[in-house]
Design a protein around this ligand. Sequence first.
Ligand code: GLY
Ligand code: MN
Ligand code: MN
Length: 447
Amino acid sequence: MTEPAFDDAAYCEHIVAITAQWERALTASGSDAAVVPAGVAQMYFQDDQAPTFHPNPHFARFYPEDNCEQSVLVVKPGNRSKLYFHRPASYWYQPPTLPDWAQAAFDVEVHDDEEKLMKSLVADVSGYSRIALVGPAESCDLNLPLEAINPKDLVNRLQFARSKKTDFEVARLREATEMGVRGHIAARDTFREGGSEFDIHMAYLGASRQQESKLPYPNIIALNEHAGVLHYQHYDRTRPDPTRSFLIDAGGRSGGYHSDITRTYSANPGDEFDDLVAALDAKQRDTVAHIEPGLSFVDLQVRMHREVADLLVSFDILRCSVEGAYDRSITDLFFPHGLGHLLGLQTHDVGGHFANEAGDLAEPPQRFPKLRFTRAVEPGYVFTVEPGIYFIPSLLKDLADSDAGRDVNWPKVESLIPCGGIRIEDNVLVTSDGVENLTRPVFEALD
Ligand code: GLY
Ligand code: MN
Ligand code: MN
């Protein structure tokens, strides 16, 4: 396995910054040390096969590599953290190699035997009375009382801190973006050359240099009405005839950090669906341009719904006022998911509903229960902006059965149902005085 090429200085700064966050969080939540297991892959039921191992994100934030199954980190305020690195002597699998950057960042013990690793770790933490375990408890049996396993107050603080990215994390997100964009360009070209969903998926994997099991999330590769299934999960081997539309939602993963990118294309440039894609694309760019520190993401969601209302009226899909389309929640049936979510070590990164570091909740408004991000944005936050307009038969039936159904141009809607829908998704970084779109310049540079 090749190691990621890190800038060692940026990684060291990252470790210093996040160690300080952990020390503050441990003190505030009443613990004096933390044991952080990477975890272990869980076998399928009555099987000797397991899905691809995904490390505990709390561990991954310190150790940005996947070769860490059954390793454990001990965070002790005032001391260097200690990595208990598990390197089993196996001839079935390639044992992991301890990276140089890990040796520079942590005190390290390497063990090939799990029991010896745990024995040494237990001796190490025996002087601490208030140890917290942060991670999958079953992978690290320390016989701790239940309240010491993932204590809510500590975990809330750690999750809250993850929304503000360090320079090291932003660099990984940029790499993940570049991988994704390379895949997107190849996928679009394969679509234009007549490929099936499966062909497009394979082209994406090849160009983004990713194996399927390491993707940040399963590729969504949807032709025609499949684009109206928000997380469409199949890859048809034959191309539909006629082909009308193509939606791709696919990302990259670098050092554990995810990008999450969506584009939509018409098969017939210049048709009405193509115009609607271009119009939503323009509205998405306008919406991104409004982002600045202090802006509430709930306000951005509301703004985008008004823009969607404007598009539905101006494309003669709805025959009512823009305000009427928004106020009567008609837009909710065309745009049924949230405008975006935090992004990082998880595609839907944690902490989007926290009002503060103690974990008090900023619940989404009643009208938008699926909105994953309700905070005011701050410099260093990375999140998605992903408006959509879909023609989903089950939701359209609800609309037809309601009073608002009278305001719908049904022949127009019927003509768009076979195109499925549109989503445009970029990843953005809040800066000290505005916003940087991480995705668009990479398309411009590589296309
Ligand atoms: N790819 C999943 C999402 O956009 O949230
Ligand atoms: Mn996505
Ligand atoms: Mn997303």
